[in-house]
Structure formats: structure tokens, C-alpha cells
Design a protein around this ligand. Sequence first.
Ligand SMILES: Nc1ncnc2c1ncn2[C@@H]1O[C@H](COP(=O)(O)OP(=O)(O)O)[C@@H](O)[C@H]1O
Ligand SMILES: [Mg+2]
Length: 233
Amino acid sequence: MLLEVCDLDAGYGQTQILHGVSIRVDEREIVTIIGPNGSGKSTLLKAITGVVRPTAGRVVFGSDSIAGLSPDRIVRKGISYVPQTENVFPSLTIQENLEMGAFLRRDLGRERLPRIYEMFPDLVSKRGDRASRLSGGQRQMLALARALMLDPTLLLLDEPSAGLAPMMVDGVFDKIAEINQTGVAILIVEQKARRSLQQSHRGYVLATGQTRLEDTGERLLANPEVRRLYLGG
Ligand SMILES: Nc1ncnc2c1ncn2[C@@H]1O[C@H](COP(=O)(O)OP(=O)(O)O)[C@@H](O)[C@H]1O
Ligand SMILES: [Mg+2]
């Protein structure tokens, strides 16, 4: 097992949002978390990455307990996180964004840049442009590329396809599959539940801060209750 979250509680101030959430991600897996708006999906990713401090429960990554560690220490252990919004610096160039991405792993240095440009060839000709000039889809690609500068073993993605045109949605999901092929495990929170579950090994349903269902992507897609509640029939 790569990541194990066990009985996790977390929230904001006095407001508890997650109530005993348990999930796991195995090495090289793609796992999708679906659930209604406000159910705590983003909060779960923030609690795993240390952006929000868990108040109870365990988060184990590899053989390390990481609950309560600072986000930069968690990143150095090999978890990269792409938040839903503000995941690139608009006023910096593509290249500067990528270099900033590697900031916490100076041991890796600039050596990863060529490899990342190889994986994201569309960014090469734009590397001197400011990120603010990119389309929504290109910006999301840059956010993925930035996260990969850290050479993670686990990538956390918060609604990577949100707000993108249908053609770009496919591009982003294809890129996610490609990243996974290189051996990176991926935990995705997605509104495009159907598309995401189709290419996931497993998935979870999160509702009102609790994990309600766990199954293979295929079986969740076939589950009548999941279809009715979360997949639009
Ligand atoms: N920074 C915050 N401060 C206080 N409450 C928040 C904050 N962020 C989210 N919440 C609340 O936490 C709950 C879960 O939000 P979130 O994790 O973003 O859900 P989801 O990602 O599933 O839509 C919501 O009720 C939301 O209003
Ligand atoms: Mg969210």
C-alpha cells in the first residue's frame, strides 16, 4: 500500500468536515473520489497534504506517518498536489512556473526540465510566455507539469477537468493516464465522475464527510444507486 488514510477527522476552526474518512491508494493505482458538492473532497486532499491539519486519524505514506507534518515536508516525501484553482503563477512564464515547481526539491534541480518538456511538448514553444496567456486547458497541463517537477510517487488532483472545454477534458484525462503509465499513483477528485471512473482502478463515494462506498471503477459505474445519485442516471 502506498497511501493509507484511516479514520481521518479534519475541518476548519470549530467546523468538522471529515468524519472518520478511510481510503487507500496502492502503488501505481488511479483512484477517483466522487461525491456531491460540499461533501469534503477538497478538504480530504488538503488534509492529506497538510494544508489542513487533521484532528484525528492516521495518514501513512509508504512507511511514514505524515498526519500533522507541514505541506513542504509531505511534498519532499513524494506527494504532489494540484489544487483546483490558483495552481499556476499567472504572471510568471511557463519555464519559471516549472522551475518554481521544483523549488522544494532542489536536489532534483533543473535536470527534470527536459523530461517534463518531453512529456508536455505543447509547452516547449510557449516556455517564455506568461502563464496568464495560456488557455484553460493549457494552464491545467502546466499545473500537471509543475507537479511532476517534484518527481512524485503520488499525485493528488482536485477536479483537473473543471471548467474545461470537452476537447480539453479528453486531453487532460489522456495525460493523466500517460502520467500513471510512468509509474505514478494518482488520487483524483472529480465532478466528471463517469469519465474519471472509467480510467480508475478503484473509486470511493464521499458524502457528508464520510466514505460511503468503495469499489472498482467498473463496478461503481454499474451501481444503480451511484448512477442515479452521481452519474446522472
Ligand atoms: N477554508 C474554509 N473555511 C471554512 N469552511 C470551508 C473552507 N473550505 C471549505 N469549507 C467547507 O467545507 C465543506 C466541504 O468543502 P469541500 O471540501 O470544498 O467540499 P467538496 O470539495 O467536496 O465540494 C463545505 O461545507 C465548505 O463550505
Ligand atoms: Mg472541491
